[in-house]
Design a binder for this molecule. Structure first.
Ligand code: SF4
Length: 349
């Protein structure tokens, strides 16, 4: 039995802004706003599916939910609350902007049974937020996280490495602030250039250069690893693959359907590379024992990690054995020595 999400997309509705990267219609694949009756029908359809879930959660994504007029928020939430009260679903979550959270709003959300609020924080660098025309500051995000926690709700932060003006120094500072805010979870969506956005115009004019796939993977991996090592799970890394995103809506930038797996593979790549740097560049063979469920990310997409280690460090060969008991950890056997490495050892700052 599994946890199932019933997603309700609210494209651009309620949002008074137009961030440079945003085309909610493309990201969500929806351009018509729903009403309460549609939400009720959607819940009914999903609950009637023969494949049962252990737990159900309704999620209002896209747009900025709490920027909608209060009556519209209540219309959308009412069928979700009714299903919650009947015991048909287990939770309600929604996403919104950091500057669209106040006490009155949180009281409304709590009254309608909302248990999780996700904030589109994107960055905690005011310079980057201004360049992305977000219309809010890092201070708004900090205040919103505190208010959501005070209201007894769970809080998630959505972060977007690679926005205009962001560099490693900015990302590291953002990461430190995220750790200090201690959200319940994060999602990482690297910035990509979507057709019809201001970012597309900036890229065409040479005023913005998106991250390469490799650079985006490195930044996302850092952010994810630092958060997870501090007890903040990254519940999503990379945009959800969709026909629109794969079919030409992404003009440039680090979109890849396997971005999350690439990020995880990168962490294993640098774990072993760091060890090989320390012990020199000896020829010979190496054996890596890993957990069976880490097999693909230890190996890397199309064996990219194996090839990288062999070529860069002139190893005669690298064998893998899927028999290590702990996920996220590997045992490297090299020249009669054993090294235990895990993701908690990476990125102390
Ligand atoms: S606040 Fe959200 S919905 Fe509004 S323009 Fe920005 S990213 Fe898009």
């Amino acid at each position: 039995m599994r946890h199932s999400i019933i997603p309700v997309f609210i494209p651009h509705q309620g949002c008074p802004h137009r961030c440079v990267f945003c085309d909610q219609r493309t990201i969500t694949g929806v351009d018509r706003p729903p009403g309460g009756a549609e939400v009720a029908a959607l819940i009914g359809e999903r609950l009637a599916e023969p494949r049962r879930a252990a737990t159900w959660e309704i999620a209002f994504y896209g747009g900025s939910f709490t920027c909608l007029p209060a009556a519209w928020q209540e219309e959308l939430l009412a069928p979700a609350k009714a299903a919650l009260d009947r015991g048909q679903i287990n939770a309600i979550r929604l996403s919104t902007r950091p500057d669209a959270i106040d006490r009155e709003t949180l009281a409304r959300l709590a009254a309608f049974g909302v248990s999780t609020v996700e904030l589109g924080a994107q960055s905690l660098d005011d310079r980057v937020l201004a360049a992305a025309a977000r219309g809010h500051t890092a201070g708004h995000t900090a205040a919103a996280v505190a208010a959501i926690k005070d209201a007894g709700l769970k809080c998630g932060l959505q972060l977007m490495p690679g926005l205009p003006g962001e560099d490693w120094i900015s990302l590291i500072a953002t990461t430190k602030q995220v750790l200090a805010l201690a959200p319940d979870f994060i999602r990482i969506y690297p910035a990509v250039v979507l057709a019809g956005t201001e970012l597309a115009a900036m890229a065409a004019a040479g005023a913005y250069r998106p991250l390469t796939l490799g650079a985006a993977v490195a930044r996302a991996a850092y952010l994810k690893n630092r958060c997870e090592n501090n007890g903040i799970p990254a519940i999503r890394v990379g945009l959800q693959a969709s026909e629109e995103l794969s079919g030409g809506a992404v003009l440039a930038g680090p979109y890849h359907p396997a971005f999350g797996a690439m990020t995880e593979a990168y962490l294993f790549r640098i774990m072993v590379a760091g060890l090989l740097e320390k012990i020199g560049r000896p020829p010979g063979e190496m054996l890596i024992r890993h957990h069976p469920r880490d097999a693909s990310v230890v190996r890397g997409i199309s064996n990219a990690n194996l090839l990288y280690w062999e070529k860069t460090y002139r190893l005669a060969g690298c064998r893998l054995a899927a028999d290590w008991p702990r996920r996220g950890e590997i045992a490297v056997f090299h020249r009669n020595l054993t090294y235990i490495l895990n993701k908690a050892m990476l990125f102390s700052t």
